[in-house]
Ligand binder design. Structure first.
Ligand code: GTP
Ligand code: MG
Ligand code: ZN
Ligand code: ZN
Length: 512
C-alpha cells in the first residue's frame, strides 16, 4: 500500500518537478547572462557608464573619478541586477505565454497538462529564487568584507601619512600668506585642475584619478617617490576670493621647514640683511659641498633683483607695505641640502617696517605663528646716543637711510600683539641683528663684536636696558649680533652676516 502510494506520488509529482528544474535553469540562465552583460561581460555587454566627475572643484564635488568600491560598485550592482531581473521577468512572461497558447488557447490542448506546467513553473521560480538568494547573500557578504577592509586600509593609510610627516617634523607653510597649511589643494600634473581633500578616501586609496584621466598620489609619503613630471603641484587654500590661489614652494611637504620672520623699524636694514643672508647661505652651503637652490621661480627672481640692486647701488629697495595677497610680500624660499644632515626648506619673511607699529596689520602676519626663531633688526643710528656721535655733515648724509623710530616701538608692538594672539613666545628664539655695523665702527672699538653678551651690554649702556630685559624675559633664548649687510668685491657676503646666518640656522638644526 505504502509502496503503491509513493509510486503514485512520484508519477504525479515527477513531471512538474522535471519541468520545474528545467524552468529554474532557464530563468537562472537568463538572469546570469543579463547580469554578466550588466558587468560588461559576454556577447551583450552593456556595462553601466561610470559617472563622469565634475570639471571643476565645487563645495561638494571633486574633479576626480570615484574609488570603485565606494561609488561605481553600487551603481554597477544596481545596473547589472536590474538587467538580470528584467531578463528573468521576460523569461517568465514568455514561458507563461507559451503554456497558455499550447494548452489553453488551442482547442486541442490538454488543460490539465497546462495546469501541471504552470505548477512546475512556480516551483521552478522558487528553486531559482533560492539559488539566487544564496548566491546574492554570498556576494553581499564578500562585498561587505571588502568594503570594511577598504575602510580599515583607508584610515591606516591616513594614519601612516600623518605619522610619517610628524615623525619627520614636516610642516607646510604657505610662502604667500604665511599660513600653516593642513588641507593642501593638489594641482593635477596632467591638466592643472585643482583637487581638494586628497587623503585616501572616496576617490581612491593611494592614488586618485583626475577628470582628465591622469592619476597621482593621494598621500604625501608617496609624493617622495614619484617622478617630478607626475607630481601634482601643491596649493594653499587660504587665498581670498577673487585672488589667485597660492602655490606652495617646490618640495613643500617633503622636507622640514625653517620659517624666519624678520621685523624692525622702517629702514632698520631688514631687506638688505635678508639679501646678504641669502648670499651667505648659498656661499656657505656650496663651499662645504652641499647644494643650494631657490624653491620657486619667484624667490629666485626677487632675490636676483635685490642682489643686483645691492651690488649696483649698495642699497636695497624700500619694501612696499601693502600687496594684493596680504600686508607682506611672499617669503624668499630656498632649499638647502647640507653635505651632512637633512635637506631643509627655508622661508625668510620680510615686511615693510611700518607694519610693525600697527597691531591690526601685525596680526595678519600669520608666519609669526609658525616660526621657532624671530629675527629682530635694530638700526644703531636710530638710537639717540649713537646718532649724536655723528657730526652734522655725517648726519645729513645718513639721514635718508636711517630708521627714525627707536627700536622699542616696533619691538613692543610686535611682542604685545603676538602675545595677545596667543603665541607662546617662551618657546621662540630671538636673534637680534644690530645692523649697519660698518657705519659705527669707531664706536665699537671697545666691544667684542663677535660676543652676544658684549653686544647686549653695549646696548644696555646706550639706554636700551628696558627692551633688552624684556627680550630676555619674553623669549626662550636671545642672541645678539652686529651685522654689516654688505658684499665684497667678489659679491660675497660680509663675514658678520655669514656668522649671523650660520648661528641662526644652526640653532634651527641646519648646519651649513
Ligand atoms: N652701510 C650700511 N647700510 C645699510 C645696512 N643695512 C641697511 N642699510 C641701508 O639702510 C637703508 C634701509 O635698509 P633696508 O634694508 O631697505 O631697510 P628695511 O628695514 O628693509 O626698511 P623697510 O623696507 O622700509 O621696512 C638702506 O639705504 C640700506 O642701504 C648695512 O649693514 N650697512
Ligand atoms: Mg625692507
Ligand atoms: Zn596661502
Ligand atoms: Zn587632470
Amino acid at each position: 500500500m505504502i509502496v503503491f502510494a509513493t509510486l503514485l506520488a512520484l508519477v504525479i509529482l515527477l513531471p512538474p518537478l522535471i519541468s520545474a528544474m528545467g524552468f529554474a535553469h532557464t530563468a537562472l540562465r537568463a538572469y546570469v547572462v543579463a547580469l554578466a552583460g550588466g558587468y560588461g561581460l559576454g556577447k551583450n555587454a552593456n556595462a553601466a557608464v561610470a559617472k563622469r566627475p565634475v570639471a571643476k572643484r565645487t563645495q561638494r564635488e571633486e574633479p576626480a573619478w570615484d574609488f570603485y568600491l565606494r561609488g561605481q560598485a553600487w551603481r554597477d550592482i544596481l545596473h547589472a541586477h536590474g538587467a538580470g531581473l528584467r531578463a528573468t521577468r521576460e523569461a517568465i512572461a514568455k514561458r507563461a505565454k507559451d503554456i497558455h497558447a499550447k494548452h489553453f488557447a488551442d482547442l486541442s490542448g490538454q488543460k490539465w497538462i497546462g495546469a501541471f506546467q504552470y505548477f512546475g513553473m512556480a516551483l521552478g521560480l522558487v528553486l531559482a529564487f533560492c539559488a539566487l538568494l544564496a548566491a546574492g547573500v554570498g556576494a553581499g557578504v564578500l562585498l561587505a568584507v571588502l568594503l570594511a577592509l577598504s575602510y580599515v586600509a583607508l584610515y591606516l593609510l591616513r594614519l601612516v601619512d600623518a605619522a610619517m610627516l610628524r615623525i619627520r617634523g614636516i610642516t607646510m607653510t604657505c610662502k604667500t600668506c604665511g599660513h600653516r597649511v593642513t588641507e593642501v589643494l593638489y594641482g593635477c600634473p596632467g591638466c592643472k585642475t585643482l583637487h581638494g581633500d586628497v587623503r585616501p578616501g572616496r576617490h581612491g586609496m593611494t592614488h586618485r584619478r583626475c577628470n582628465c584621466g591622469k592619476a597621482f598620489p593621494s598621500m604625501m609619503v608617496l609624493m617622495w617617490f614619484v617622478k617630478p613630471e607626475d607630481k601634482p603641484t601643491l596649493w594653499c587654500p587660504g587665498h581670498r576670493s577673487g585672488e589667485e590661489p597660492h602655490e606652495l614652494s617646490g618640495h613643500t611637504g617633503e622636507t622640514g621647514e625653517i620659517v624666519l620672520p624678520v621685523f624692525g623699524a622702517p629702514s632698520a636694514g631688514k631687506t638688505q640683511l635678508i639679501t646678504v643672508l641669502i648670499i651667505a647661505v648659498e656661499a656657505m652651503v656650496t663651499r662645504s659641498g652641499g647644494e643650494f637652490s631657490y624653491a620657486d621661480a619667484q624667490s629666485r627672481k626677487e632675490a636676483d633683483k635685490a642682489r643686483s640692486t645691492l651690488i649696483a647701488t649698495s642699497r636695497t629697495e624700500k619694501t612696499a607695505p601693502a600687496r594684493q595677497s596680504g600686508v607682506a610680500p611672499p617669503a624668499c624660499s630656498v632649499l638647502v641640502s647640507p653635505r651632512r644632515g637633512a635637506r631643509k626648506l627655508v622661508h625668510v619673511f620680510d615686511a615693510a617696517g611700518e607694519i610693525f607699529s600697527k597691531p591690526k596689520e601685525i596680526q595678519e602676519l600669520e608666519y609669526f605663528r609658525n616660526a621657532r626663531t624671530y629675527i629682530f633688526v635694530i638700526d644703531p643710528t636710530s638710537i639717540k646716543p649713537v646718532w649724536e656721535e655723528f657730526d652734522a655733515a655725517e648726519q645729513q648724509e645718513l639721514d635718508s637711510r636711517r630708521a627714525r623710530q627707536e627700536p622699542h616701538v616696533t619691538f613692543s608692538e610686535t611682542v604685545t600683539t603676538m602675545t595677545n594672539m596667543g603665541v607662546d613666545l617662551g618657546r621662540i628664539r630671538l636673534a637680534v641683528a644690530v645692523s649697519k655695523a660698518d657705519l659705527i665702527k669707531r664706536l665699537l672699538t671697545d666691544v667684542d663684536t663677535g660676543d652676544s653678551d658684549a653686544i647686549k651690554a653695549w646696548l644696555e649702556g646706550l639706554g636700551q636696558g628696558n627692551i633688552v630685559r624684556r627680550m630676555g624675559s619674553t623669549f626662550k633664548e636671545v642672541t645678539f649680533f652686529l651685522t654689516s649687510a654688505l658684499t665684497d668685491d667678489h659679491h660675497d657676503a660680509h663675514p658678520s652676516v655669514e656668522t649671523f646666518t650660520e648661528q641662526t640656522l644652526a640653532d634651527e638644526g641646519l648646519r651649513l
